[in-house]
Design a protein around this ligand. Structure first.
Ligand SMILES: NC(=O)c1ccc[n+]([C@@H]2O[C@H](COP(=O)([O-])OP(=O)(O)OC[C@H]3O[C@@H](n4cnc5c(N)ncnc54)[C@H](OP(=O)(O)O)[C@@H]3O)[C@@H](O)[C@H]2O)c1
Length: 255
């Protein structure tokens, strides 16, 4: 059976990736992963492809083991894997609780890498992988420090993965969007009243980000910078020292 797997499918980019896949490249079955079962079920009911709802907490070892066991039992061919589940908390590093810090690292780094590693044996030539990182990967970001570091990790991981899997004919794309305003990401990041970023100037929309990311992956590109802001950020951060980038960011986030 040919399947596609999307993590973080219960809202935002993940939900739009599911809608796009169902339209553009429908698999025989679409596996939808996130914690909120009812959200996944209502998405599954809306989509014109058979879906398997997998309410899993990817920071929980038992749930990761359950995903692996399911892969072993079904032995599907995974044609598309989209590691999209992610989380941020705003605030100074010393203000964020150890539990929230661990949650970011566990989901953004550990879960993405483990889901990829578990799924890789089932991805063959022509398969596609999208790792959803962020423009935050391109520089250290005060008040989003752990999040930015976690996405830098995923961005580097994804870059190597695309290099290593190229000869196997598997296309890997790191997706690095700037702010996306119509998802739950920003309210979750501001939980506890942390409004360290006041305005989200030039923020994009989920559907546009997903479309651009899909196109980049179809075109064999290792990186998707969906939008002019993240594209320029990628270039500029390569040449400008990180201390200057951090100072610029401090100005922007206070606007
Ligand atoms: N929005 C932005 O401004 C922005 C910018 C750059 C990059 N990104 C990245 O884009 C990706 C998608 O974010 P989004 O904007 O679509 O945010 P979102 O609407 O908050 O979606 C996050 C998804 O991750 C899932 N998730 C959270 N914790 C989980 C866990 N422990 N186990 C399994 N699933 C979990 C959530 O579902 P449940 O709560 O149901 O588990 C949800 O489906 C993230 O990786 C984010 O870092 C977002």
């Amino acid at each position: 059976m040919k399947i596609a797997v999307i993590t973080g499918a219960s809202s935002g980019l993940g939900r739009d990736f599911a809608r796009l896949l169902a339209r553009k490249d429908p698999p025989e079955e679409l596996w939808l992963i996130a914690r909120r079962r009812e959200r996944l079920e209502s998405l599954a009911a809306e989509l014109p492809v058979p879906c398997r709802v997998l309410p899993l907490d990817l920071t929980d070892k038992a749930d990761l083991d359950a995903y692996l066991a399911l892969l072993e039992a079904e032995a599907p061919e995974v044609t598309v894997l989209i590691c999209n589940a992610g989380l941020a908390r705003m605030g100074r590093i010393d203000e964020i609780s150890p539990a929230d810090t661990a949650a970011m690292i566990d989901l953004n780094c550990r879960a993405a890498v483990l889901v990829t590693a578990m799924t890789l044996p089932y991805i063959h030539r022509g398969g596609r992988i999208l790792e959803v990182a962020s423009t935050a990967a391109f520089q250290p970001l005060p008040r989003l420090g752990v999040y930015a570091a976690s996405k830098a990790f995923l961005y580097r991981y994804s870059r190597t993965l695309s290099w290593e899997l190229h000869r196997k004919g598997i296309r890997v794309t790191a997706v690095c969007p700037y702010w996306v305003k119509d998802t739950e990401f920003i309210p979750v990041a501001q939980a506890g009243g942390h409004r360290d970023v006041r305005h989200f100037l030039l923020a994009g929309r989920s559907e546009a980000v997903v479309k651009a990311a899909w196109l980049a992956n179809r075109s064999g590109m290792w990186l998707s910078t969906p939008g002019i802001v993240c594209f320029l950020h990628w270039i500029v951060a390569k040449f400008v020292p990180s201390v200057v980038m951090m100072a610029l960011w401090e100005g922007i986030r206070r606007l």
